[in-house]
Design a protein around this ligand. Structure first.
Ligand code: SAM
Length: 274
């Protein structure tokens, strides 16, 4: 007999199998298997654009890897990864421990499947944890017992909000939420952002993907360059500035989409709090 989603033993209690989720759609785009039929149908409806969406996911993971490597090479050994997603190849704790073997990492996501798999992956890891949290409630995340146990806010922290903030529709809410996170960090802390955009990419291609997210609990809304700059208020954006993700400190000219950076449909940047 064929196994259905509801038979699978990796699904946490209380997950709505009928509603797609951006975390599971992203997992499917990256070739993972922690997704349901309802998620796969959404991607398959993109038709020829599904491969373009998958490309943006791969480009985004490559940026996350480069940003995490850079920040840990600056000596940062504790990280808060907001909207961390379902664990996949190249999770933040795996990247940063190449440079800081005892680095501590707290993963936060609103999707129960992401949290359940994070918990399973980190069961025997005393220095990393996955917690459920809504980035729109920053104090709940900052005051969560596991955040407090693992992260010492009197020392610099690396804060990630990569491919996340476009899931908050209101600009002012993002500014407000990010200010609370930035205020919680001491000078010397780093911030890495990545946000969808329509800038420099055929609008209809991005629009189809945005449509896909409308039936999820976290619909996406891309932002233009000037709006993204606002989310960096109060911190110093490091070279090369806010750029399309393939342009952010590429490993070399052979890097994915180096010659067509707009195809990432994403603005990214890394900043330091002075
Ligand atoms: N940060 C990872 C990366 O860049 O590879 C995953 C990005 S994935 C596209 C976006 C993630 O943000 C999903 O796992 C989704 O569940 C999560 N998310 C969306 N809205 C959220 C919210 N309000 N609070 C916390 N997580 C959220």
């Amino acid at each position: 007999m064929q196994e259905t989603d509801s038979d699978s033993d990796w699904i946490p209690q209380g997950v709505d199998l009928e509603r797609p989720s951006v975390a599971r759609i992203y997992d499917y785009l990256l070739g993972g298997y922690h997704n349901f039929a309802v998620d796969r149908i959404m991607v398959d409806r993109l038709g020829p654009l599904a491969s373009e969406a998958a490309l943006t996911a791969v480009i985004n993971r490559a940026y996350l890897r480069r940003a995490a490597s850079f920040i840990s090479q600056q000596g940062i050994d504790q990280f808060l990864d907001l909207g961390s997603g379902i664990p996949t190849a190249g999770n933040v704790h795996e990247i940063v421990r190449q440079y800081e073997p005892d680095a501590r990492v707290v993963y936060v996501d609103i999707e129960p499947v992401a949290v359940a798999h994070g918990e399973a992956m980190l069961r025997n890891d005393p220095y990393a944890a996955a917690i459920w949290g809504d980035v729109r409630r920053p104090l709940d995340i900052l005051n969560h017992p596991l955040t407090r146990e693992l992260i010492d806010f009197s020392r610099p922290v690396g804060l990630f909000a990569v491919a996340l903030l476009h899931y908050i529709p209101d600009d002012e809410e993002i500014v407000h939420v990010m200010q609370i996170f930035k205020d919680a960090l001491v000078p010397g802390s780093y911030l890495a952002l990545g946000i969808w955009t329509y800038d420099d990419v055929p609008r209809d291609a991005v629009e189809m993907y945005v449509e896909t997210t409308k039936s999820t609990s976290t619909p996406g809304r891309p932002r233009d360059y000037d709006t993204v700059l606002r989310f960096f208020d109060g911190v110093e954006i490091l070279e090369p500035g806010v750029v399309h993700s393939p342009q952010w400190r590429p490993d070399g000219p052979d890097d994915i989409c180096f010659d067509e950076p707009g195809r990432s449909a994403t603005w990214v940047g890394v900043a330091i709090k002075r």
